[in-house]
Design a binder for this molecule. Structure first.
Ligand SMILES: [Zn+2]
Length: 169
């Protein structure tokens, strides 16, 4: 019983990964239902059922959003060390954190206003708005909690055929 089971909230949103043992307990307790399973049967004292690969909680659980500190390092991690203007990957030492709306123009230091930027693009942009510098972001920056979480779930579930429709959308 060492297989991982994907846990969905009652809204079908992937929220957790647990052990098969834990998943079986949740189902037997009536806390969760099986959404996807394999053809292999498991037997308990009173029941026999197929090994679950995806279960869904019957009650909605509120997942508090973990705060990830806004630091240059975390911004670079969020953006996977890719300059958000030219789209190229660089070493940490060649990257900086750019304020999309420059600090000088009152741009705040928030996840939505900072991006990873290479030296060359940073020099080109200076204290201008991307538009003024004739530059474009490759994607809109967001707070990373959800992105990083999904990233991990997708990595763990990369070979799980039955998880796919819940984690790749
Ligand atoms: Zn660049």
């Amino acid at each position: 019983m060492d297989k991982s089971v994907l846990v969905l909230n009652n809204t079908y949103e992937a929220v957790h990964i647990c052990s098969l043992r834990r998943a079986v307990v949740l189902v037997l307790k009536g806390v969760a239902v099986v959404e996807e399973s394999t053809n292999v049967l498991i037997h308990s004292v009173n029941n026999q059922f197929q090994i679950p690969t995806v279960i869904r909680l019957l009650k909605y659980i509120y997942i508090p959003k973990k705060t990830i500190h806004l630091t240059r390092r975390n911004v670079l991690l969020r953006d996977k060390h890719i300059c958000q203007y030219c789209g190229k990957e660089f070493a940490t030492s060649d990257l900086t954190m750019d304020h999309i709306i420059p600090k000088a123009s009152g741009g705040p230091t928030v996840w939505e206003n900072v991006v990873t930027c290479c030296r060359r693009c940073n020099n080109r942009k200076g204290d201008k708005l991307p538009k003024e510098a004739g530059m474009k972001l490759i994607k809109k920056p967001e707070m990373p909690h959800k992105i990083i979480y999904l990233h991990i779930v997708r990595y763990i579930g990369r070979d799980m055929e039955k998880w796919k429709k819940y984690i790749f959308y």
